[in-house]
Design a protein around this ligand. Structure first.
Ligand code: MTE
Ligand code: MO
Length: 221
């Protein structure tokens, strides 16, 4: 057989094999985990193509010593371990993150509804504002009603992969329909209160409502 014929046969076989592999289509590798590429008919952006943003770079949080502190207007101020959080009822949804700078992506987010955390800590009726504090000194706040009415979750998985360090491990707030600066990463404390609060970017002029499509900036008197 001429070498050119062998080459042809090999290329046909190779194409067939690689076709089998890539035809699966709905998952991909992410480290040693399997990343989901579509969910409930919706196409997801692969993590490798999603952008990151952080004021002080990646925070590396240790799973064992991590505690989520919940305090303020709650009957039982308390800490949660990583295992306690991931042991609560789990919710998944496909949501877009839109940074106010104009970029965005679509992902499947899996985590716990804030309502579950509020239930555990005994959130008080008169609490109106919820402040999220992060390990890098970042903070932001949202109305308690917004969080409850929209079943907002604290995500610990992204496209079925454990939240990578640069993406906020262990927890990122999935503030759907709000600009990216409300999506706090590396959350270490949640404080309930009844007075308005401006977080890191909000204090620097960004709109405290932060509805996607709404104004990015706010005039302050
Ligand atoms: N702790 C912390 N959370 C943060 C930020 C930050 O700097 N620190 N940046 C915010 C901004 S402006 C955006 S757009 C999103 C980006 O989220 P991503 O890096 O997961 O894509 O994170 C938000 N959460
Ligand atoms: Mo952003």
């Amino acid at each position: 057989m001429k070498p050119i014929h062998l080459l042809l046969i090999f290329s046909v076989i190779f194409t067939a094999i690689s076709g089998c592999v890539s035809d699966r289509g709905d998952t991909g590798a992410y480290g040693n985990q399997t990343e989901t590429n579509s969910y409930q008919g919706e196409q997801l952006t692969p993590i490798a193509q999603q952008r990151n943003n952080a004021i002080k770079g990646t925070q590396y949080i240790d799973r064992e010593s991590y505690r989520l502190q919940v305090d303020g207007f709650v009957e039982n101020p308390r800490n949660f371990t990583y295992e306690e959080i991931t042991g609560l009822p789990q919710t998944s949804k496909v949501i877009d993150l839109n940074c106010v700078e104009g970029w965005g992506f679509t992902a499947k987010w899996t985590g716990v509804k804030i309502a579950e955390i509020f239930e555990e800590a005994g959130a008080m009726e008169n609490a109106t504002t919820v402040i999220f504090y992060s390990a890098d000194g970042y903070s932001t706040a949202l109305d308690k009603d917004y969080l409850l009415e929209n079943d907002i979750i604290l995500a610990y998985k992204l496209n079925d992969v454990t939240l990578p360090p640069e993406r906020g491990f262990p927890l990122q707030l999935v503030a759907e329909d709000k600009y990216g600066y409300k999506w706090a990463k590396w959350i270490v404390r949640i404080e309930l209160g009844n007075s308005p609060y401006r977080g890191y970017w909000e204090e620097r002029g960004y709109n405290n409502i932060a509805d996607v499509g709404g104004p990015a900036f706010e005039r302050r008197g």
